[in-house]
Write a protein that binds this ligand. Structure first.
Ligand SMILES: [Zn+2]
Length: 205
């Protein structure tokens, strides 16, 4: 049996050992550098970051397919979102993380630096060189997607526009839904191409 007294002695020795190590590293400045680094990645080590969005990217109406992909990555354990961003704009990512069964944390810390809006991270070092995600609209433009369709993320579009966007990037299906026959019957139209569908005479206005 180990007495409480012995346990306490062992405990304080371990504590002293850790303290010595901390002081030793502290003298060489490492914790400060690490702390500063972590303030740029919402409290995480750079080496653990799989993907990163800027605050502006998080605030955009659509969800970035790259984030869907990274959340599905086996190494991803959680998503962290900067608390500076309006909660309504963050909701789409919280729902996404919940659907993929990954933890989502919103972090509030005035010490945070830079323009990081969201990170998907691992519990271990993954050392990914390119964690930034290219601007969605620019990427879609290079794929030949008309600007109006790219800008209609989160909206209902006609079959033609839906086909255009999902053929250019299947991952974008998450950002669009298709106008149903009933929608068209009531005079709703595709906001991406302004195409009128169905018979507008039944419309209430
Ligand atoms: Zn359309």
């Amino acid at each position: 049996m180990v007495s409480d007294m012995q346990r306490e002695q062992v405990g304080s020795l371990v504590h002293k050992d850790l303290l010595d190590k901390a002081l030793e590293v502290g003298m060489h400045g490492a914790p400060e550098i690490k702390h500063d680094e972590k303030m740029h990645y919402l409290g995480e080590f750079r080496e653990r970051v799989i993907r990163l969005l800027t605050k502006e990217q998080v605030a955009e109406p659509g969800v970035y397919p790259e984030i869907v992909e990274s959340l599905k990555d086996q190494r991803a354990t959680k998503m962290i979102i900067c608390g500076d961003i309006n909660y309504r704009l963050v909701e789409k990512y919280r729902r996404l993380a919940a659907r993929i069964n990954k933890t989502c944390i919103v972090i509030h810390d005035p010490e945070m630096k830079g323009n990081t809006g969201l990170v998907v991270v691992s519990d271990d070092a993954v050392d990914i060189a390119d964690i930034a995600v290219p601007d969605r609209k620019t990427r879609l433009a290079t794929l030949g997607v008309p600007e109006a369709i790219a800008g209609a993320a989160g909206e209902k579009v006609c079959d033609m526009c839906y086909k255009k966007i999902t053929e250019a990037d299947p991952g974008e299906a998450i950002n669009y839904s298709r106008l149903t026959l009933a929608d068209c019957f009531w005079g709703e139209h595709c906001i991406a191409c302004k195409e009128k569908h169905g018979d507008g005479s039944f419309s209430s206005n």
